[in-house]
Write a new protein. Structure first.
Length: 121
């Protein structure tokens, strides 16, 4: 089953939400609207579990690959010596992990397709 109907992606809903980010509660509402046989509280639990598992895997140094969607991974910035901008003194900056997301081929294709004459993406 494709994720697009489950997540409520269609030409109208995408066009309506342009210009502002979708927050988690809106994602849950869209899934609930597309799946009226499911309780919203159950959908919320599922979304939270999926996101928590992605974060847990990344915290362990693993990467999470969702075919067609993308890959979540962690990239590290090595420890270095920085400077305090106010005093100019050297400051040790610890190694940090940063979340990284690379889009999947299917997602890139959907984002970059040309709309037909008179159609929204």
């Amino acid at each position: 089953m494709a994720l697009s109907p489950l997540l409520g992606y269609n030409q109208t809903s995408i066009a309506d939400s342009r210009g502002r980010p979708m927050i988690k509660s809106e994602l849950i509402q869209r899934i609930a609207a597309q799946n009226p046989h499911l309780y919203q509280r159950d959908i919320e639990k599922i979304v939270n579990i999926v996101l928590d598992k992605i974060v847990e895997a990344m915290a362990c140094g693993d990467r999470v690959e969702l075919r067609g969607f993308g890959i979540f991974s962690v990239r590290f910035r090595e420890a270095r010596v920085g400077r305090n901008p106010k005093t100019g003194e050297p400051v040790t900056v610890a190694r940090t992990g940063l979340p990284y997301f690379k889009t999947g081929k299917e997602m890139r294709g959907r984002l970059n397709r040309k709309p037909a004459e008179g159609q929204a993406i």
